[in-house]
Design a protein around this ligand. Structure first.
Ligand code: SF4
Length: 334
């Protein structure tokens, strides 16, 4: 399990995300068409070299849309993203090209993200070729990369369909790491895999972080997996961050009622602890971002909601005296 955040004592950020937003057009002919649907709204965080920030929340909360904006697979409609101090929010594709090698992505479905007509060698070599590496250097690098992710040299001439899901994800990881990126956005990289394979891939990502110093934004709905790999955690609800802080704080003493409810549903390894703990059952499904509730958007499902919550949206505020944790709640648990 990852220990204390490696950025402790190093204030410079690798990635700075400020007030990031994505508004999609509403359905044709609807009253929402012009106002649009806010999938992501006012998201801000930093990622530091060599650390893992976990981004969690239920399906549809905007975490994957956020991840895609970080690497400019989607263009934000608001806010900005700076990588190593350079604003990349509206950088043209040509200027973005040199940055692509330093900022990579791993996808949820490894098979969908690998070209079925290319061999593993061709897949992993593609980003190196795009960088203009020599044929000899590419051959050496590709061989090293398959070893690094635990595949064998004989796998190099095979095609994606000849692999299991876990092996295919290893190929996706090798491709993402080929250019030695400083930051990898991993979007649900283990959710399509069996539990035993999940542990192997998470272990592999941790080892690669130790060896290469790469930082991750690790997006997942599984809080147990996020707990294992993350140094810090951001919890999203309906397009916004509702709590962000060091992993020990967020998991050990969650400040936001939504985080509390999510954590209360994570199975505990000890049967006695599992029997003793209180489950917080949320009312209903998450509301649609096309028609968000007034005030705190969590209020229709929140067991602690009061009158103020129905009218006043809470701001993301510091709840820990040392400045390491923020929550968007009028009545946080502290
Ligand atoms: Fe619940 Fe109110 Fe806090 Fe929102 S602001 S999470 S409704 S207590």
């Amino acid at each position: 399990m990852s220990t204390a955040s490696p950025h402790a004592g190093r204030p410079e950020a690798l990635l700075e995300v400020r007030d990031l937003g994505m508004t999609f057009p509403g359905p044709r002919g609807s009253l929402r068409r012009r106002a649009g649907i806010r999938a992501v709204d006012g998201v801000s965080f930093d990622v530091h070299p060599g650390e893992t920030l976990g981004l969690v929340g239920e399906s549809g909360c905007g975490k994957s849309t956020t991840g895609r904006m970080l690497v400019r697979l989607l263009d934000p409609t608001a806010g900005r993203v700076a990588f190593r101090g350079q604003d990349i929010t509206r950088t043209g594709q040509r200027e973005l090209r040199p940055l692509r090698s330093r900022l990579q992505m791993i996808f949820q479905d490894p098979f969908a993200s690998l070209n079925p007509r290319q061999t593993v060698r061709q897949i992993i070599a593609a980003p190196l070729r795009a960088q203009g590496e020599s044929a000899q250097a590419i051959r050496r690098e590709v061989r090293d990369l398959v070893g690094l992710v635990g595949l064998a040299p004989e796998h190099l001439e095979r095609y994606p369909h000849q692999f299991s899901g876990g092996q295919a994800q290893r190929i996706g990881i090798a491709r993402a790491l080929a250019t030695r990126p400083e930051l990898v956005v991993a979007d649900e990289p283990v959710s399509a895999l069996d539990v035993s394979i999940q542990a192997q891939i998470v272990g592999l990502l941790e080892r690669l972080q130790r060896e290469l110093g790469v930082a991750y934004v690790f997006i997942a709905h599984d809080l147990a997996v996020v707990r294992h790999i993350s140094h810090r955690v951001a919890v999203m609800y309906l397009g916004r961050i509702v709590e962000i802080g060091e992993r020990q704080q967020v998991y050990g003493n969650p400040a936001h009622p939504y985080t509390r409810a999510l954590l209360s549903a994570v199975p505990l390894p000890e049967p006695a602890a599992e029997r003793a703990r209180e489950r917080i059952v949320l009312l209903g499904d998450p509301p649609s971002p096309a028609d968000p509730p007034s005030g705190c958007t969590f209020h229709p499902r929140c067991p602690k909601a009061r009158e103020l919550c129905r009218t006043e949206p809470p701001l993301l505020r510091l709840t820990a005296p040392d400045g390491t944790r923020q929550a968007a709640c009028h009545f946080p648990e502290v």
